[in-house]
Ligand binder design. Structure first.
Ligand SMILES: NC(=O)c1ccc[n+]([C@@H]2O[C@H](COP(=O)([O-])OP(=O)(O)OC[C@H]3O[C@@H](n4cnc5c(N)ncnc54)[C@H](OP(=O)(O)O)[C@@H]3O)[C@@H](O)[C@H]2O)c1
Length: 263
C-alpha cells in the first residue's frame, strides 16, 4: 500500500528530493524538511506540478525540539503514514592523517545519528497509537563494514542500522513497520567530491524508485545495489587483516565536512 501523508528529511537534495518527487501525485501530501529554503522550494514546486499538496519545514535535524514540533505539527494536521529520516552528510579522514578532526566528527554524529533520532522519536507513539505507519531510516552500505577513509561516517551509519533493527520488533507488534534503507553509491551532491571507484553507482531517480517499491511493501530492509551489499557483507567474514590490506590499497579521498555539532 502506498503512503499518502509523508514527511521526508533531507528533501532539498539528492535521494530525499528524488523520493519526494517519486511519491508526488494527486491526493498525496508531502512535508519536506531541510535547511535550504530555495532548494526546498524547488523540490516543492516539482512535487506540486505532479499534483501533490506540499508543506515546507525549514528545520535543522540537530535541533531536537524544533524537529519534535515539526513532526508533531505535521502529524496533527494530517496523520503521517510514512516518515523518512534521510538527512545526512559525509566526512572523511584526510590522506595520511590518523585521526579525524573532532569538530566535524561531532557534527556528523549530530546530523546522521542524533538527527535521525530527532526525526523518529516523536512519531513512534502517534503511529503506534493508530496501529499504522512506516518509519524509514537511511543507512548506507558503508555501515556494514568499517572503511579506513571515513571512520565516523561508517560509525554513524552502523548505529542507524542497529537502531532501526532494534525498533523493528516492538513496533511491528503495534502495526508500525520500520524500513532500513541501505544505499550504495548514488549520484548526489553528497559524494560528488568523493574520489573513489564507485561500483554500480546509480541516479537518485533510480534509487527513489527502488526505495518507494520497498516502502510500499513495508520491507524491513531496502538494499541496493544488492551485489555491492553482499560483497560488503562477505567482507565481514573474510580474514580481517586481508580486508584491511585490500581497503588500504584503494585510492580514496573523502572531503572533510564543514558541519559542526551546533547548527
Ligand atoms: N549518495 C550516496 O551515495 C549515499 C549512499 C549511501 C547513503 N546515503 C545517505 O543518503 C542520505 C541522503 O544523502 P544524499 O546522497 O541525498 O545527499 P545530499 O544530496 O547531500 O542531500 C542531503 C540532504 O540532507 C539535508 N541535511 C543535511 N544536513 C542537515 C541538517 N543538519 N538538517 C536538516 N537537513 C540536513 C540536506 O538539506 P539542507 O542542505 O537543505 O539542509 C539535503 O537535503 C544521507 O543520509 C546519506 O548518508 C547516500
Amino acid at each position: 500500500m502506498t503512503a499518502r501523508s509523508i514527511l521526508i528529511t533531507g528533501a532539498s537534495s539528492g535521494i530525499g528530493r528524488a523520493v519526494a518527487v517519486e511519491y508526488a501525485g494527486q491526493g498525496v501530501r508531502l512535508v519536506l524538511v531541510g535547511r535550504d529554503a530555495a532548494r526546498l522550494e524547488a523540490t516543492a514546486a516539482r512535487c506540486r506540478d505532479k499534483g501533490a499538496t506540499v508543506e515546507i519545514a525549514q528545520v535543522d535535524v540537530r535541533d531536537r525540539l524544533a524537529m519534535r514540533d515539526a513532526v508533531l505539527d505535521a502529524d496533527r494536521r494530517a496523520p503521517l503514514d510514512l516518515v523518512v529520516a534521510n538527512a545526512g552528510i559525509n566526512t572523511g579522514l584526510p590522506q595520511g592523517a590518523l585521526v579525524e578532526d573532532p569538530e566535524p566528527v561531532r557534527g556528523i554524529f549530530a546530523i546522521n545519528l542524533l538527527g535521525v533520532l530527532n526525526t523518529v522519536e516523536p512519531i513512534i507513539e502517534p503511529m503506534c497509537a493508530r496501529g499504522a505507519g512506516v518509519i524509514a531510516l537511511t543507512g548506507s552500505i558503508a555501515g556494514v563494514r568499517g572503511l579506513p577513509y571515513s571512520p565516523s561516517y561508517c560509525a554513524t551509519k552502523a548505529a542507524v542500522h542497529l537502531y532501526a533493527e532494534s525498533l523493528r520488533g516492538p513496533l511491528a507488534r503495534k502495526g508500525v513497520a520500520v524500513s532500513l534503507i541501505v544505499p550504495g553509491f548514488v549520484h548526489t551532491p553528497l559524494n560528488e567530491n568523493l574520489v573513489a571507484f564507485k561500483p554500480l553507482a546509480m541516479t537518485d531517480v533510480r534509487a527513489a524508485k527502488i526505495i518507494r517499491s520497498g516502502l510500499d511493501r513495508r520491507k524491513p530492509m531496502i538494499v541496493f545495489p544488492r551485489l555491492l551489499y553482499w560483497a560488503s557483507r562477505l567482507s565481514t567474514v573474510l580474514p580481517i587483516r586481508f580486508v584491511d590490506w585490500f581497503l588500504m590499497r584503494q585510492p580514496v579521498d573523502v572531503p572533510v565536512t564543514q558541519e559542526r555539532m551546533q547548527p
